[in-house]
Design a protein around this ligand. Structure first.
Ligand SMILES: C[S@@+](CC[C@H](N)C(=O)[O-])C[C@H]1O[C@@H](n2cnc3c(N)ncnc32)[C@H](O)[C@@H]1O
Length: 328
């Protein structure tokens, strides 16, 4: 456990200054402002969405430490609102930790407001900071969204584990002919529909499927449906009424089912954010899945978090891995 560094407000100011190219990009107002130890403040991250700041704590901090951190963040970054998310390791396994203690609905400093709209590459995304640990947009996927947008013209896209459909929005903005979003939660899909509307995109409710991805992969395969780009971005662990998934154990099977839906010449965009799964092993699991589906594939690129706002500590690889495979 590391203490907060001395001169904390200056450390936070310096972290912001290192994001210069993002600060001066008028089309983007959402990025990571502080990435824990790599920015000199272990166990703390901060994300900015317009003038909203979301601070996450990855260990138990004393109330005095929390106050010192929040005061320094207000001093260094002057956001209109600052929300706090407590994510100590044990909170993830303790079912009885009250949600409101981990992710208070009200701002810790500044103005409490239900929603913000943040920009990324000129696209708008609805951010709801008081709705739990996740606020609507995963910022480490920015470069992958940019890539998808550049690739999508004239293509069909299947967005698995869609959450608020940011990949679907990026694909349609890039000229995709269709983006089919699947997620277990109807609530986040409605949020995704709102994101589409914010960007002037038509909303076809059939393209927002609330259901179990593993069931739907079978169903779509049975119907013989295929897509030019299939994005698979599961959580590290997922349990539904009928399925249990662990990325480190089951990614090859997920890649197999997803590969069956990739059109000839199309691409599988396999994503994984499990820090315990090294990139080499992950890529090997994706290749195994593609082979199990009876498809020939070759890796055509790797994406991941931008080093601009997600610097990695020396010698560590980022938790997020994005591996693109083209299938014959
Ligand atoms: C890591 S988030 C995906 C983030 C998203 N790709 C993005 O870029 O914003 C994981 C999502 O998977 C959904 N999920 C988890 N298990 C699922 C399952 N078996 N079937 C469908 N959705 C599932 C959750 O509801 C959650 O929205």
């Amino acid at each position: 456990m590391s203490a907060l560094p001395p001169g904390l407000a200056d450390v936070l100011r310096a972290a912001r200054a290192r994001r210069g190219p993002l600060l001066s990009d008028p089309r983007t107002s959402a990025f990571r402002l502080l990435n824990a130890g790599a920015d000199g403040v272990p166990d703390v991250t901060a994300d900015v969405f317009e003038d909203l700041c979301v601070v996450s704590l990855y260990r138990d901090f004393t109330p005095e430490e929390e106050s010192a951190l929040l005061d320094a963040a207000m001093e260094a970054w002057a956001p209109r609102a600052l929300y706090l998310k407590r994510r100590p390791r044990e909170a993830r396994v303790l079912a009885n930790v009250a949600k409101d203690a981990l992710a208070p609905e009200q701002a810790a400093r500044g103005e409490s407001r239900e929603s913000w709209v943040a920009k990324e590459g000129g696209l708008s995304f609805l951010i709801q900071p008081g709705q739990g640990l996740s606020v609507g947009l995963y910022l480490d996927m920015r470069d992958t969204r940019v890539w998808l947008r550049e690739q999508a013209r004239g293509l069909t896209v299947l967005n698995l584990f869609a959450y608020t459909c940011a990949f679907g929005v990026a694909a349609l903005a890039g000229g995709a002919t269709r983006a089919l979003n699947i997620d277990a939660s109807r609530r986040v899909l409605e949020w995704g529909e709102e994101n589409a509307r914010l960007n002037g995109q038509p909303v076809d409710r059939y393209d927002y499927i609330a259901g179990d991805v593993f069931e739907w992969l079978k169903r779509l395969a049975k119907k013989g449906e295929t897509f030019d780009l299939v994005v698979s971005d599961p959580p590290s662990f997922s349990t539904t009424k009928t399925t249990r998934f662990s990325a480190a154990r089951d990614y090859a099977q997920l890649a197999e089912s997803a590969a069956r839906l990739v059109a000839p010449g199309g691409r599988l965009v396999a994503c994984c954010n499990h820090a315990g799964l090294p990139a080499r092993r992950f890529e090997a699991m994706v290749a195994e899945g593609v082979a199990l589906a009876g498809r020939a594939g070759r890796g055509v690129g790797s994406l991941g978090p931008s080093a601009l706002d997600f610097p990695s500590p020396e010698g560590e690889e980022p938790a997020l891995k994005v591996h693109v495979v083209q299938l014959r």
